[in-house]
Design a protein. Sequence first.
Length: 85
Amino acid sequence: MTRIAAMFGLALIGLSLGGCFDGGSGGGSNNPDPAPAPDGKVSFTQFVSDEIGDTRDNRDPVAINDIEFSFNDQTNEQAFDDVLK
């Protein structure tokens, strides 16, 4: 019985991870890359607000590894009030 449970668990993990790789049901990216600020950095507040505001069901993940964020609103407690109501 333990062997069957282990095999079932491995199969479930394998199927779950199968959706994480290319070739899934995702299409091309409809999200334009965020426009960098004049200093080459992207405002973190604006980026997060744009991502929260984009509620399409078919959206693709946004690649953030090469984006350099600027954190201009570190002391602004109302930075996300417009999207987190």
